[in-house]
Design a protein. Sequence first.
Length: 127
Amino acid sequence: MVLIDTNIVLRFLLQDHETLSQKAKEIIDNHTAICLNAVIYEVIHVLQSVYKIDRIKIADKLLTLFENKIIESENNSVTIKSLIVFKETSMDFMDCLLIAYQLADNQIIYSFDKKVNNYLKRINGEI
């Protein structure tokens, strides 16, 4: 089991550097690669801000990795749920991650963020 950083995930997804993309593929193919939530957040940020990739495409690419266990996370069910919420809303990934903890683990979430609270009310049947 190995932890992978943002650059490994980016090179693997983008296949934009002959040497590094191949090395990233070898690392991911030959190990149980764990991607921390902080790394997922940074990958999303870089793909949106630097590469100008649409959030739906980003979510789909990352969902493929986690649903097919090509890469694993700290908690795959939470990660997958957070990416689904990210894909379906305009919320920041960290807000989606909080919501996913409630969806997957029944965690109680407190927030001052209106989008988060409205989403939580909707999924809890309060709206």
